[in-house]
Design a protein around this ligand. Structure first.
Ligand SMILES: Nc1nc2c(ncn2[C@@H]2O[C@H](COP(=O)(O)OP(=O)(O)OP(=O)(O)O)[C@@H](O)[C@H]2O)c(=O)[nH]1
Length: 599
């Protein structure tokens, strides 16, 4: 491998590591700054300027989606890898690591499908890149990023903001000082109106990192030529302009082969009266070499800062790994599957305990059927509703003015005071079920034969399951407390409506005119006893309700969750660990190859 090849290959590998971690310049961790430090070539141009055509002829293959409107709706990070002459050409997507595409029409389809997977079938755009590698003897090592074409109007079905959205996405790529801008303009349009040049001038006013490409030279009016642009008089850039002749729509319709098209392009320049003297510096093949060489020199100058960023990323990953715990297996990829299988075996047994088939789940019913009702019965309402306490609470609620008809405030206070006693048994039930579940986890781990050989994994599963159960318990407790509080926050109205009549009846046995005896009776012990017994029957009613709703809440929050998602967190975590450890070994390898080479 020549130095140039390995340098660009190096950057390709780092870019893959970044994408693997779900980063593409968005966040503010070491990885996104690493991504940003990497040079790449961003292809910018207005719609129909010939962007796709240029990319395809640089690659020497048809593989980009075609159609009207905005076809490129996600950035496409295209990594070209030169392989030995005569070797089979193939393509690979980062999101489908196991699949080699040799049929390039399938590559086109996969780009379309993968675009739709993120954006939906809508015409939305998304900044999440698709990574495609092409291995071919007909390419030079190069990383290109294809971006949506700049447009001036939204088409049917697209949000009005699409014009700005595309511009700001493209801008986010080209404004990075490390990006090389491949600005595509059609020769049959005034260069002064080119969308690509407008944006390039804004982000790179000195033209240091802009490569101007002029397409459609063959479509210029007879008798005119683009020498003013190509020789740098119309628009000055630090790098030379490159003229291109792509396949026309008719060529495409006639399925003119890419390699044939490249040859025709060479012939076009070689025989052109206008451009003959520039022939050696025109055409898509020359463009590819020019870019590759430039990219290499940029990368070379960045090696020291890239190395230090890699080290910083490694440090960050290491510390995240320390935090999550090291992966159990050495060969993470293969073992991840085994681990998940083992977890599932455990999960199955755990569910059998809950659903029956294995003992233990019945103990949850025991909590609801015995423990909870017993605890409810034992609540000290007798004391709370004793004659003495009722008198005290009611008088306190009355204040300086004793109640006239029914002691509404007194009732409320007595009821609220009583209801608060329900919190204890409610929480105790959540705890009791929690302990049953915990015990079932312990048992299930012991009964999972497959786990016998993996004590560490056993411990990790136990820890993860118990942690999940704790979370479910917290939720269960919160919910049952809420049930109790709900009872206290709104009392059943009918119950109160009945009260005054009862008091009235009880206070006036057949003597409705005698207010004096009524008054005496109202403050007699009998009166307070009646209040106590009214409250007691209200509380009894609530107790009945809670006896049935508390189990529902606990099953919903704890038992059901344990069945559905006991190890979900754990699965996410080991998945993350796997990705981290893969990225880490990746970066170590890259760091190593930088140290070993003499860049
Ligand atoms: N004759 C001729 N036609 C070209 C040339 N370059 C592009 N075309 C044609 O112009 C049309 C648009 O080219 P594309 O490569 O699809 O342009 P694009 O910028 O990718 O377009 P969008 O993806 O729609 O933004 C196609 O029909 C091409 O065949 C060229 O150099 N000469």
């Amino acid at each position: 491998m020549t130095t140039m090849e390995s340098l660009i290959g190096l950057v390709n590998r780092i870019q893959r590591a970044c994408t693997m971690l779900g980063d593409y310049g968005g966040g503010d961790n070491a990885f996104s700054s690493l991504w940003e430090a990497l040079p790449s070539v961003a292809v910018v141009g207005g719609q129909s300027s010939g962007k796709s055509s240029v990319l395809e002829s640089v690659v020497g293959r048809d593989f980009l989606p075609r159609g009207s409107g905005i076809v490129t709706r996600r950035p496409l990070v295209l990594q070209l890898h030169k392989t030995e002459d005569g070797s089979q050409e193939y393509a690979e997507f980062l999101h489908l690591p196991k699949r080699r595409f040799t049929d390039f029409s399938m590559v086109r389809k996969e780009i379309q499908d993968e675009t739709d997977r993120v954006t939906g079938k809508t015409k939305q755009i998304s900044p999440i890149p698709i990574h495609l590698s092409i291995y071919s003897p007909n390419v030079v090592n190069l990383t290109l990023i294809d971006l949506p074409g700049l447009t001036k109007v939204a088409v049917e079905g697209q949000p009005d903001t699409i014009v700005e959205d595309i511009e700001s996405m493209v801008r986010s790529y080209v404004e990075k000082p490390n990006s090389v801008i491949l600005a595509i303009s059609p020769a049959n349009q005034d260069i002064a109106t080119s969308d690509a040049m407008k944006l390039a001038r804004e982000v790179d006013p000195t033209g240091e990192r802009t490569f101007g490409v002029l397409t459609k030279l063959d479509l210029m009016d007879k008798g005119t030529n683009a020498l003013d642009v190509l020789e740098g008089r119309s628009y000055r850039l630090q790098h030379p302009w490159v003229g291109i002749v792509n396949r026309s729509q008719a060529d495409i319709n006639r399925n003119i082969d890419m390699i044939v098209a490249r040859r025709k392009e060479r012939e076009y320049f070689a025989t052109s009266p206008d451009y003959g003297h520039l022939a050696g510096k025109m055409g898509s093949e020359y463009l590819a070499k020019l870019l590759s060489k430039h990219l290499e020199s940029v990368i070379r100058s960045r090696i020291p800062s890239i190395t230090s960023l890699i080290n910083k990323s490694i440090e960050e990953l290491e510390s995240e790994m320390d935090h999550l715990g090291r992966p159990i297996a050495v060969d993470a990829g293969a073992q991840l599957y085994t681990i998940l299988e083992l977890c599932r075996a455990f999960d199955r047994i755990f569910k059998e305990h809950l659903d029956g088939g294995r003992p233990g789940g019945d103990r949850i019913y025991g909590v609801f059927d015995n423990q909870l009702p017993a605890a409810l019965r034992k609540l000290p309402f007798d004391r709370h509703l004793s004659l003495q306490n009722v008198k005290k609470v009611v008088s306190e609620a009355d204040g300086y003015q004793p109640h006239l008809i029914a002691p509404e405030q007194g009732y409320r206070r007595l009821i609220e005071g009583s209801l608060s006693y329900f919190r204890g048994p409610a929480e105790a039930s959540a705890d009791a079920v929690h302990f049953v579940l915990k015990e079932l986890v312990r048992k299930s781990i012991g009964e999972t034969q497959e786990l016998k050989r993996f004590p560490t994994l056993q411990a990790e599963i136990a820890a993860a399951a118990n942690e999940a159960l704790e979370r479910f318990r917290d939720e269960g407790r919160k919910t049952v407390i809420r049930l109790v509080d709900m009872e206290a926050s709104y009392l059943t109205v009918e119950f109160f409506r009945k009260l005054p009549q009862e008091v009235e009846k009880a206070g006036n046995p057949g003597n409705s005119g005698n207010t004096a005896s009524q008054a005496v009776d109202r403050y007699s012990d009998g009166h307070f006893r009646r209040i106590g017994s009214n409250v007691s029957s209200y509380v009894g009613m609530v107790s009945e309700t809670l006896r049935t709703t508390i189990p529902k809440a606990i099953v919903y929050c704890q038992v059901r969750e344990a069945k559905l998602s006991l190890l979900n967190h754990f699965y996410t975590q080991i998945g993350r660990k796997e990705v981290l450890s893969r990225s880490l070994s990746y970066l170590y390898a890259i760091g190593m190859s930088i140290r070993l080479s003499s860049y």
